[in-house]
Design a protein around this ligand. Structure first.
Ligand code: NAD
Length: 293
């Protein structure tokens, strides 16, 4: 049984922390939002009154925060946990953040003698709840091997992507493909409708043909698959705002690497337009937005 600090109890972090508690780990939780802490406590976690209290003296400290600036404020800087915790800690950041923040986190951990892994996830709130997330982990192999049994309490596929920041790199590259697939698939269904081809028929044919993808087979933007946001008024799921965030992280990383990603940039522009009015709608709802453009 490990003693774990868990900070950030939103859509993802709350069920992840509760899954750790279900596996009999002692999970000390903190979130700025008290009601999220109460939910986690009802799921077997232990409330802490600050991030420092949640993190001090723990075997592992897991963060699941909205973006890079939150990770910076909690972990880095003069008031950050890496500075305030004197003994060597073990930090696992599961948030999706920009490559530079992730690199800063690894660099500071090295200076302070902490272990650290970047470990963003795929699988959404449903995967967080069912404990079937995919973890993409960057950092030293030794640290990865130590953290793996903990990550296995929250996920099904635990990949060591490579050195520091490679977990974030894998996440950004994956979601870049996802964003583009969603737009491409939406366009195919819009054309099919104009040509008089039934959406369910196209889904069936392409699912067995070269247009097949995870979007088409599991998360179709046309309302043909039970349990998808398309069958539920595009309630999220994974919001357009989150897809836009991840596409921005990918294009920023490309700019810093002197690489042009024309399709990703176009996808980012389309999601940017979509989010002006529909940021809280599932990202597959872009099909409705493309229809009226
Ligand atoms: P969320 O907004 O639901 O939760 C974030 C939580 O962090 C909130 O409860 C907020 O109060 C808390 N928080 C913010 N600043 C804090 C601070 N300084 N101290 C303590 N708590 C703080 O976000 P989420 O949907 O749970 O996503 C978390 C991360 O996971 C993001 O980086 C997101 O990109 C990534 N992600 C989300 C999904 C998804 O489907 N939601 C899927 C994969 C990855």
């Amino acid at each position: 049984m490990a003693n774990i600090g868990f900070i950030g109890l939103g859509h993802m972090g709350n069920p992840m922390a509760q899954n750790l508690a279900k596996k009999k780990h002692k999970v000390h939780v903190f979130d700025l939002d008290e009601s999220s802490v109460h939910i986690a406590v009802s799921g077997g976690c232990i409330a802490a009154s600050s991030a420092l209290e949640a993190a001090t003296g723990r075997d592992f400290v897991i963060t699941m925060l909205p973006a890079g600036k939150h990770v910076k404020s909690v972990l880095l800087g003069e008031d950050g946990l890496m500075e305030l915790i004197p003994e060597p800690g073990f930090f696992i950041d599961c948030s999706t953040v920009d490559i530079q923040t992730s690199l800063d986190m690894h660099d500071l951990a090295t200076v302070k003698g902490h272990h650290v892994l970047d470990a963003p996830v795929s699988g959404g709130a449903a995967g967080a709840k069912s404990g079937t997330l995919t973890f993409m982990v960057g950092g030293l192999a030794d640290a990865f091997n130590k953290a793996k049994p903990i990550l296995e309490c929250m996920g099904k596929n635990i990949f060591h992507a490579g050195a520091a920041t490679h977990g974030q790199a894998a996440k950004l590259c994956n979601n870049l493909m996802l964003g583009i697939h969603m737009i491409g698939t939406s366009e195919a269904f819009l054309l099919a409708e104009k040509l008089g081809l039934e959406a369910a028929t196209l889904q069936m044919i392409s699912n067995a043909s070269s247009g097949q993808s995870w979007v088409l087979s599991k998360y179709c933007p046309a309302p043909v698959l039970e349990g998808t946001p398309a069958m539920n008024d595009y309630k999220p799921g994974f919001t357009g705002a989150m897809m836009l965030k991840d596409l921005k992280l990918a294009t920023d990383a490309a700019h810093h690497s002197d690489l042009a990603l024309p399709l990703t940039e176009k996808a980012e522009d389309l999601y940017d337009d979509f989010c002006r009015e529909h940021a809280g709608i599932d990202f597959s709802g872009i099909i409705e937005f493309l229809k009226i453009r």
